[in-house]
Design a protein. Sequence first.
Length: 228
Amino acid sequence: MTGQSPATALPRVVQIGYHKCGTRSLEQLFRGAGHPVVKYKLRRPFRRSRNAGLLMRENLEAGRRIFAGMEGHVFYADLIYQTESDAFEPIRCFREIMRDYPDTILLLNVRDREDWIRSRLKHGHGEFAQRVMRQRGIDSQEVLAELWRQEWDTHLAEVRAFMADRPAQLIEFDIDNDSVESLVERLSAYGLDADDWGDIGRTRGVKRHPLVAKLKKLWAHARWRPAD
């Protein structure tokens, strides 16, 4: 499936929970049903891929609809732009998404907040957190964790308040406590299959040889990252 025809178009489903909350498993759920997916990057055959979050910001700055240039997709996930010197969290643009595409379904994927913070601190063997700390001028993980805690609470409260008058278009999915079957049922029009769900990105409890773990950490901190 490469796009949506006007006769068969389904409303977009946009994941607006933070990354490290089952985004890879959600991606697989929609890909398994044959839906075109944007996850983190807009993949373009024979052309350079673009960071989807950066493209969204450029669209907003230019007065275009927020998904201009990637509108032929059903599911949008892992929308984040983070470099050494710049950052943008497109999940905070839920108001603009609903303004430009009023039939959109917002998928607020959540988990235990403190587990999420611990997972984010360890993401990329700690490189992600260190990059954010340098960018924001933060000198301790404790301060960063408290900032993330506040941002999490604010985001969830604002999404719920904004969508209070259209509850059918907001789906909250707790990856710790809700069954994937309930999500599949809520999105029955999309033909999702619970068997396509998997805890793909989970690293809790994974045991690696110490040398392998050290090499992975060195690579995470040393590898070159493009601007987008």
